[in-house]
Write a protein that binds this ligand. Structure first.
Ligand SMILES: N[C@@H](CCC(=O)N[C@@H](CS)C(=O)NCC(=O)O)C(=O)O
Length: 226
């Protein structure tokens, strides 16, 4: 089992352009935690193969695999939900830079988690590949417009939550899990669906500030070929 001694080894199964995978890559980079990256061939639906599904029955990316030092594959922990994996990193590596406000600041922690959910439950799932495939099968002609509409609602909610509260980042001047989830959603919006963030001035300002940071900039897939 993983412990809090930083001795665990981490493997991330990820697809470069998956917003859910980007959350983990950004967090791992921000926390400066070494890990092994395994690229999933999303186009050939590698995440739907039986060997992957044994690790992650949801057949989605990412999956974070945690092996404790001295432990074998049999003892490995497989975390197949990105937020569970993010929270695991918070708890397992308390000496790494935190992405949640201090435990005593319950209100700030609740706001960060609210912002996280505004992205990970309200924005990403309706635009997931399998959902878009279903939408196409059921006659939705323009799934890009579907995604844009989902994101307009999502960014409007996010703007309402952070306007007047944000500092350099979504909540004050420290990077949090909210930022880790926001930025990949903004990459999808701008990189896939031709959206601009100017309609949401606080979101746009926070996004631009975050894009100055290596942990975020280094994971930006827009403009890359792979
Ligand atoms: N709730 C899951 C969602 C994971 C998810 O939907 N990942 C997408 C990529 S961002 C995926 O693998 N989709 C595969 C599919 O739809 O078949 C999480 O946060 O990890």
């Amino acid at each position: 089992m993983a412990s809090k001694d930083n001795a665990s080894s981490l493997t991330l199964y990820s697809w470069s352009k998956s917003s859910c995978s980007c959350r983990l890559r950004i967090a791992l980079s921000h926390k400066k935690l070494p890990y092994r990256l395994v690229d999933i061939d999303y186009a050939s639906r590698e995440h739907h193969r039986a060997d992957y599904a044994r690790m992650n029955p949801s057949r989605s990316v990412p999956t974070l695999v945690v092996t404790s030092s001295g432990g074998g594959e049999a003892d490995a922990v497989h975390i197949g939900q990105s937020v569970a994996a993010l929270e695991f990193l918070e708890e397992a590596f308390p000496d790494a830079p935190a992405l949640l406000p201090a435990a005593r600041d319950l209100a700030a922690r609740a706001l960060v988690r609210t912002l996280v959910q505004a992205v990970v439950t309200d924005m990403q799932p309706p635009t997931n590949t399998r959902v878009l495939d279903m939408a196409r099968e059921m006659g939705v002609a323009d799934v890009d417009e579907w995604c844009r509409r989902v994101h307009v609602r999502g960014f409007t909610a996010y703007e309402g939550l952070i306007a007047g509260r944000a500092g350099k980042f979504s909540l004050g001047d420290e990077v949090t899990l909210a930022d880790v989830c926001l930025v990949p959603a903004a990459w999808n919006a701008t990189g896939r669906w031709g959206m601009e963030l100017s309609e949401w001035p606080t979101v746009m300002r926070v996004f631009n500030n975050l894009m100055e940071l290596e942990a975020f900039k280094g994971e930006d897939w827009r403009g890359k070929t792979a």
